[in-house]
Design a protein around this ligand. Structure first.
Ligand code: LLP
Length: 414
């Protein structure tokens, strides 16, 4: 499945709606999302696992704007929240607490207490200490918390080191070898009900082999725990399925399902999936305006945009590649351009040596596949106000988050 942003004789369109028209109305920078693309991506994952008991818990960390979360809820998705704040967003979006999984490597007592009191479906615990705190809080509240322990299988997800989470050098989960003892020692403890096992080895994973190995480790452990008398109700495979940022072919949700289902069938337990990026990335673009152009004596051409690492940090932070396209291409030869942000840091670059038609000040460009880990990671760096977000649906568009005002940004300050 490709980007919903396509060039047309009238310029770039998102599901038939002119991107230039939206940018004119809401200003730039702005995030634009395709509802149709979100729905298709959700269905692709849901359909891929159709023959096996499963629940898709959309990983809200990829994009937790209320309208996006609600759209996924309306499709039948459940939610994966990675912080107390995300649990609250899930509840405000209308999810039943039972449909929320609460994950995260560092949950404060306060976050745990609120989550347990609100009745979240499952807490994915990251350490024996956290399980003990969960039990203590649940007993204090007179209830029982449903818990799955996250195991760290020491599997190389073969992705960017900054988003690899399944190696023993990473901070996540507990060592696989310790897992059985941790369950055994706490079985039957008041306040606790162990319902599952959890694994998540990284993000933007583009090879099947690590995902298959993770599924095997997860199922082997689940079978061992069942033999130990742990009454498991599910296994949680985490998220991590990658997308194609450069347009080349990549593993699909169907490939992923085919690869992990043999292991899952060995235990037969319902599987929880936590996809984030693969649901929202392609649906979104960041639209920016060119504020300056210049050429150096060595021939290097720069187009400086009004969006930078404060709006989309992925290229600066991970060296990530995003395609960049002109919204209304000018006639003329394509030449290599560096498309950069306005921030005084050399990492504030969206793309180098990109073949682009002639670019002039005030032109618009769209940075594609920015629906995941785009707006959620934005900041007020350089006192930029947070960008608006627009959802295109059925030929019409609505502002789902308006631009932050300068006064709103300053309102917190003495
Ligand atoms: N479950 C857990 C426990 C996670 O930590 C994550 C993401 C997911 C699910 C969703 O993974 P996904 O399907 O989106 O790969 N900011 C980085 C990505 C960080 C992902 C962290 N964990 C980026 O922009 O590439």
């Amino acid at each position: 499945m490709a980007s919903p942003f396509l060039s047309s004789p009238s310029g770039l369109v998102c599901d038939g709606v002119s991107v230039a028209d939206i940018a004119r109305a809401v200003g730039t920078p702005a995030y634009i999302y395709s509802a149709a693309r979100l729905r298709a991506a959700y269905r692709a994952i849901d359909d891929a696992f159709a023959g096996y008991p499963h629940r898709v818990h959309y990983a809200m960390k990829a994009n937790s704007t209320l309208a996006i979360v609600r759209l996924l809820k309306d499709l039948g998705s459940c939610a994966d929240a990675n912080s107390g704040g995300e649990v609250q967003v899930a509840l405000r979006a209308g999810f039943a607490p039972d449909d929320v999984v609460f994950t995260g490597v560092g949950k404060s007592r306060d976050e745990l207490a609120r989550a347990i009191a609100s009745g979240v479906g499952i807490i994915n615990a990251e350490s024996p200490g956290e399980i003990d705190r969960i039990a203590e809080i649940a007993v204090g509240l007179g209830c029982e918390a449903r818990v799955a322990l996250r195991v760290n299988p020491d599997i190389d997800a073969r992705t960017n080191a900054k988003i690899s989470t399944g190696l023993k050098t990473n901070k996540f989960g507990v060592a696989l070898d310790d897992a059985r003892a941790i369950y055994r020692e706490r079985l039957g403890r008041p306040g606790l009900r162990f319902t599952g096992v959890h694994i998540h080895i990284g993000s933007q994973i583009t090879s099947l082999e690590p995902l298959v190995r993770a599924s095997e480790v997860l199922v082997d452990l689940a079978l061992a725990l069942q033999a130990d008398g742990v009454p498991l109700e599910h296994v949680d495979l985490g998220g991590g399925l990658g997308i194609s940022y450069d347009g080349r072919d990549i593993i699909s949700p169907a490939d992923y399902a085919l690869a992990v289902l043999p292991a899952l069938r060995r235990c037969g337990l319902p599987v929880v999936l936590e996809p984030g990026r693969s649901i929202v990335a392609h649906a979104g673009a960041l639209v920016a305006r060119v504020v300056d152009t210049k050429q150096f004596p060595d021939g290097r051409r720069f187009a400086v945009l009004d969006a930078g690492m404060g709006e989309l940090v992925r290229p600066a932070m991970y060296g990530s590649f995003h395609r960049i396209v002109p919204v209304t291409p000018r006639p003329g030869p394509e030449l290599p351009w560096d498309l950069v942000g306005p921030i005084c840091e050399s990492s504030d670059v969206f793309g180098t040596d990109r073949p682009m038609p002639p670019i002039e000040v005030d032109d618009l460009v769209a940075i594609l596949d920015a629906g995941a880990y785009g707006s959620v990671m934005a900041s007020n760096y350089l006192r930029h106000t947070l960008s608006p977000e627009v959802l295109v649906d059925g030929g019409a568009w609505t502002v789902i988050r308006r631009r932050q005002t300068f006064d709103e940004m300053l309102a917190l300050e003495a």
